[in-house]
Design a binder for this molecule. Sequence first.
Ligand SMILES: Nc1ncnc2c1ncn2[C@@H]1O[C@H](COP(=O)(O)OP(=O)(O)OP(=O)(O)O)[C@@H](O)[C@H]1O
Length: 404
Amino acid sequence: MPEPTTTESVAPGPASSATGASIQLQQVTKRYPGQQRPAVDSVDIDIQAGEILVLVGPSGCGKTTTLKMINRLIEPTSGSIVLDGEDVTRKNADELRRGIGYVIQAGGLFPHMTVAANVGIVPGMLGWDKARIEARVEELLDLVGLDPETYRNRYPRELSGGQQQRVGVARALAADPPVLLMDEPFGAVDPITRQRLQDELLNIQEELGKTIVMVTHDFDEAVKLGDRIAILDVGARIVQLDTPEVILTNPADDFVVDFVGKGAALKTLDLTRVSDVELRTGTTATVGTPAADAVARARAAGDDYVVVLDARDRPLRWHRLEELEREDTIGGQVDEDLPTLARRATLNEALDTMLTASQNGVIVTGRRDTYAGYLTVDAVMSFMTPSSGPRAEDNPAPSAGGAS
Ligand SMILES: Nc1ncnc2c1ncn2[C@@H]1O[C@H](COP(=O)(O)OP(=O)(O)OP(=O)(O)O)[C@@H](O)[C@H]1O
């Protein structure tokens, strides 16, 4: 069985069992001493419990200031911040911060403390006993994909950037806060690690359903992670606050158009899952059955290829008819390079897989890697441009000799 080329990824969206808190910013203003204009000027934002809201906007527009006012690392000059119905501007700031996880670039770990000590800081401050802290550290390291045995006693300098970032996320989650604030959390890691950390955050979020407010410079990251995106201009003025779909397809004005950039049509590929597109089933044949039967069915259906499945319906390869005609029974050879994707993959990942494999189609698998159908490059194109006329040839036709 060939390895799927893309891992299962999780659709962004508020988790069904949200444990997060709602946050309302009401007429919030921050005026730094000596500055002519307020850094944040009378901002109103309603953040729903369990959603990921991403703040984006040009440098200096007030994103970080807005974020840090939520846990009062920066005190608002005026206005209210209401967390689950309670005005936090009147609450003890230290107590407030223990109920809000905070993640910054490169994890912001204490260099002289081990991983376990870093993750256990807040539970320690809350007076948890040693055994409970140890158990929690173990659980969290596991959650963020670090083996507790290996990493518990390491120091931050003994970790890669991505691992430090994972520890930072574990630390922020330690006391199970309803709210997580993240300031450029993945800004300091390479693109591949970044993508992996984003996927993990979505997995964790599906499990935990926190309210997450995140600042990023990377609009693609905002599209991937955000249930909603707030596009801010100077003074943290909200130019548009909506779902990624609406922002990409209905930008509020030219500022948003400029900000989103020319690739908006392509970015919508990141929003669409393979499971949103109608898959073609084609002709399938199980190993050990007569080849002539599969060839006849494929001819009748107008297919040039047969998808060969093992006894448990998992795809092994696709086979050209003219080759299959020379065989008696369907053989069990596995094409290690068969382009395969999970239904949760995005259309962007589907195109990527086809390009990498130099094939015009990709096999899609569902639960337990069973065959779900195939997707062609033409189907992806017609999905993007629904009015572009009749569909082109829809056989997966490997262009580089593919099937064997
Ligand atoms: N401590 C401070 N004292 C004075 N002015 C500040 C202070 N911190 C931020 N500012 C100013 O407030 C404005 C908003 O800053 P903020 O850091 O919130 O912006 P940002 O959108 O997060 O920027 P970036 O994307 O560059 O990180 C900027 O003009 C900045 O120069």
